[in-house]
Ligand binder design. Structure first.
Ligand SMILES: C[S@@+](CC[C@H](N)C(=O)[O-])C[C@H]1O[C@@H](n2cnc3c(N)ncnc32)[C@H](O)[C@@H]1O
Length: 508
């Protein structure tokens, strides 16, 4: 059954001249409240994937799968061939007259590109209500037409479907391309499998994008989208999610949005070169000075001279300028630094504390402390020190490392609060690391023989409890298949233990 909105309806659809339809809060929404929970209109494998189960979308290995008895599409277990979503391509394949036979398992399979568009198109007959809801969504047909992606989709999907499924006159090429457009503009990655599947939702598709959204997004084990308010939202406020990764620089985000969702983002964050004073996309001016000029090291930050070219990070013609000394640096030099930093962070072994420390030390010269890559390295460091909060590892940590872990977590949390308060997974995981480190400091303080140190433990344990509760709040809607759900469960247990410990301290 397709369903949307639990309980009272908290949203209404309004219209904006520039953005099209948007969703607006119909009343004050409290912190933590679910605003919308909705099952998919249509759900299927991503466009570029190797063979996955057509029932549950789990990736498959050669020789370790079954075939649907009717049509030959691969499934991971018998029950998956009866999944409702699979009926569409199953019937079409049966009508084709011969079964599908998937041969290559370790490369993206071209036939899989057809599945989600087919599932959309076949709704017209199997479920007219959902089809109507789907056809209401934006496809950006005209803007997409003629682009490289459009040409690839035309060759790889719109021309392949009639050829492979032997259904020449069933759909016009333009109908298939419209379905692909709807998927690309409105599709959500559903992270229940690796790689993620893609789902389209009716009401959630009306949400506008912001690079500092006010709604957090999670998914249930059944693939429902859960949109909830990490901070209170006032009646009449426009509701937003992020269509891209909020922990990317402005150039990355804007280029991605332009390419995939066909609009030039002009949200508050994109319009503020400092990104709310965080300088998340900026470079350090001093990194570009020769070391013999160290006496004149400038402490300013470099940003593109022309913010309208932010979508082309470090393009060759775009100078960057220091906000303090006004020195200019050529875009080519900036691009080189950023490319090296990108390659190095990709190659960095994130579970290795020494690698994270080395990266942070090396790039501190060029990148701002809050730059995307520094944040990536700091998040890895916060988890690597003490082995992701495992008690036996954290207990052996020297005091200095424990405080380094706490400092990294506190800096990250301060940044997330300014930049992306709805980034619930990054927030939740960092809160967990912080609570674990603070609890360990508190434990050491209590275990030391000195009687005077016991009261010193109380504020540490209180702060640890606060972070455990915040972690649980941030990760509470995560599906059970994700590690974040286990982290949430652990945080809840630890919060109970901390609560009891603190109550005991109060009695003494
Ligand atoms: C998922 S749809 C959202 C619903 C859409 N407004 C409608 O009326 O169907 C995504 C499209 O909405 C528009 N949009 C959403 N957020 C926007 C934003 N922040 N700035 C400009 N356009 C936006 C873009 O055209 C984008 O491709």
């Amino acid at each position: 059954m397709y369903s949307f909105v639990i309980g009272e309806c908290l949203v209404k659809i309004c219209s904006d001249e520039k953005l099209g339809r948007v969703l607006v809060a119909t009343r004050d929404i409290q912190e933590g409240e679910i605003v919308l929970k909705e099952s998919p209109l249509v759900h299927g494998p991503a466009q570029i994937v190797g063979p996955t189960c057509v029932g549950c979308f789990k990736p498959l290995e050669e020789n370790k799968y079954l075939e649907c008895e009717r049509c030959g599409w691969p499934v991971c277990k018998r029950s998956c061939q009866d999944q409702r979503g699979h009926r569409a391509e199953c019937e079409l394949t049966v009508a084709r007259g011969s079964k599908v036979s998937i041969q290559h398992f370790y490369v993206p399979h071209p036939l899989y590109q057809c599945l989600l568009p087919l599932r959309c198109l076949l709704l017209a007959e199997s479920d007219p209500a959902r089809w109507k809801a789907l056809m209401r969504l934006q496809s950006h047909d005209e803007e997409r037409r003629g682009s490289e992606q459009w040409r690839t989709d035309r060759r790889g999907v719109a021309q392949l479907i009639p050829r492979f499924f032997k259904c020449d006159n069933r759909w016009q090429e333009d109908d298939i391309l419209q379905a692909i457009g709807i998927i690309q503009v409105n599709g959500h990655e559903v992270p229940l499998t690796e790689p993620a599947s893609v789902a389209i939702y009716s009401v959630a598709s009306m949400l506008e994008h912001s690079c500092r959204p006010n709604l957090a997004k999670s998914f249930s084990d059944q693939g429902e989208i859960i949109l909830w308010a990490p901070v209170a939202i006032a009646e009449g406020t426009r509701l937003s999610i992020s269509y891209t990764d909020v922990l990317w620089t402005t150039a990355h985000r804007r280029a991605h949005l332009l390419q995939t969702k066909l609009f030039d983002c002009a949200c508050d964050r994109c319009l503020d070169p400092t990104e709310f004073g965080t300088f998340f996309s900026a470079l350090r001016c001093s990194g570009f000075r020769n070391s013999d000029q160290s006496s004149q090291m400038c402490k300013g930050y470099l940003l593109p001279c022309d913010m309208s070219v932010q979508g082309s990070e470090g393009g060759s013609d775009d100078d960057w300028v220091c906000g303090r000394c006004h020195a200019k640096q050529p875009g080519t030099a900036v691009a080189q630094i950023l490319e090296r930093a990108r390659i190095d962070i990709q190659a960095m072994q994130k579970q290795r504390e020494d690698h994270c420390v080395k990266y942070l030390r090396h790039y501190a010269k060029w990148l701002t402390p809050n730059h995307q890559y520094m944040v990536e390295a700091k998040m890895a460091l916060s988890q690597a020190i003490g082995g992701s909060g495992r008690p036996e590892h954290i207990r052996k940590l020297p005091y200095g490392k424990l405080t380094n872990k706490i400092k990294a977590c506190q800096e990250l949390i301060a940044l997330f609060e300014k930049l992306c308060p709805a980034e619930s997974r990054a927030f939740g995981v960092t809160r967990f690391e912080l609570h674990a480190a603070l609890a360990e400091l508190g434990r050491r303080s209590m275990e030391s023989n000195s009687r005077s140190s016991a009261p010193a433990a109380v504020p540490l344990l209180q702060e640890s409890l606060l972070n455990a509760n915040e972690c649980a709040r941030m990760l509470t809607h995560e599906p059970s298949v994700l590690l974040e759900s286990q982290i949430c469960a652990q945080a809840k247990m630890n919060a109970e233990t901390l609560g009891r410990l603190l109550a005991g301290c109060e009695r003494e």
